[in-house]
Design a binder for this molecule. Structure first.
Ligand SMILES: [Zn+2]
Length: 279
């Protein structure tokens, strides 16, 4: 382990010790060690075409055919992903009593699988689908197996996995049959806040209420480029709370941060957990 990782871990542990009611926000960086690719590079720029927009998904049959045909291949990367050391270290910090609330921008549910309990899935969860008309819900894997039997030729294709259960597949999608709501024939959509949509207000208010009880904000593995996450940094800053970030790259909130460690997440979080245990 390099000195910079040990030092960052010790500094992070000291920060946590001073502010034991942490409000944590996480992003794609905590799941890249789980093999889930992300969209942005260390400069916060898109490294691949941006994901599907909510309005396009709702308005266009062709967009939905392309989305689901690609997901039929790519979703296995999300479903089969295992928790990373970063997920497990954050769960350990929670069980040590240091986390007031954990808000994640990820939709992979890996924090819960690692044992975190105080989690708000800000952008929803990719393993559920919901009818946009009648609110009927079903598990994503059930929808996929139904669509695989409706589209055997597509189900047999292979392509490179992409973020959010997508795959890099380009072909003629016009023959792909999309499953509609079994109850009302409405449009089924992953229970995820797509780009161009807004976080449901109840969820946003719950996250804000948690922030009001916290004594510091810690961002982990997120560039905070998306406003729905960045807004909490602004709110924390307005309240005079210290803000820290642990991430490989730049963040949109750099100017608001009181502490910033640009280091690999997992070893530094693990080092902080060890320091806090030994005190
Ligand atoms: Zn329905």
């Amino acid at each position: 382990m390099t000195n910079s990782i040990v030092t960052a871990g010790e500094e992070l542990a000291a920060f946590i010790k001073r502010h034991p009611k942490l409000w944590v926000i996480t992003g794609a960086g905590v799941s890249t060690d789980s093999g889930i690719p992300d969209y942005r590079d260390a400069d916060g720029q898109w490294k691949r075409p941006p994901p599907v927009q909510h309005g396009d998904f709702m308005a266009s049959t062709a967009v939905r055919q392309r989305y689901w045909a690609r997901a039929l291949i790519g979703f296995s990367a999300l479903r089969e992903a295992q928790t990373s050391g970063a997920h497990r270290a954050l769960a350990a910090l929670e069980s040590q009593g240091y986390i007031q609330q954990l808000v994640t921008q990820n939709v992979d549910r890996l924090h819960q699988r690692a044992g975190s309990k105080k989690v708000i899935d800000l952008h929803g969860r990719a393993d559920m689908v919901k009818c946009m008309v009648c609110d009927y819900q079903m598990m994503r894997h059930a929808m996929h197996s139904e669509m695989a039997s409706m589209n055997p030729a597509f189900a047999a294709l292979e392509a490179r996995h992409a973020p959010d259960g997508d795959a890099d597949l380009e072909t003629d999608f016009s023959m792909f049959k999309v499953l509609d709501c079994p109850r009302c024939r409405g449009i089924l959509k992953p229970d995820v806040v797509f780009y161009g949509d807004v976080v449901p207000s109840q969820r946003r208010l719950a996250a804000q209420a948690g922030l009001a009880k916290a004594d510091a904000l810690l961002a982990v593995g997120t560039s905070l480029m998306v406003f729905s996450g960045y807004r909490f940094c602004r709110a924390a800053h307005d309240r005079g709370m210290p803000l820290a970030s642990l991430s490989l790259g730049v963040t949109r909130a750099d100017a608001l941060l009181s502490h910033q460690w640009r280091v690999p997440l997992t070893p530094v979080l693990e080092q902080a957990v060890r320091c806090l245990q030994s005190r």
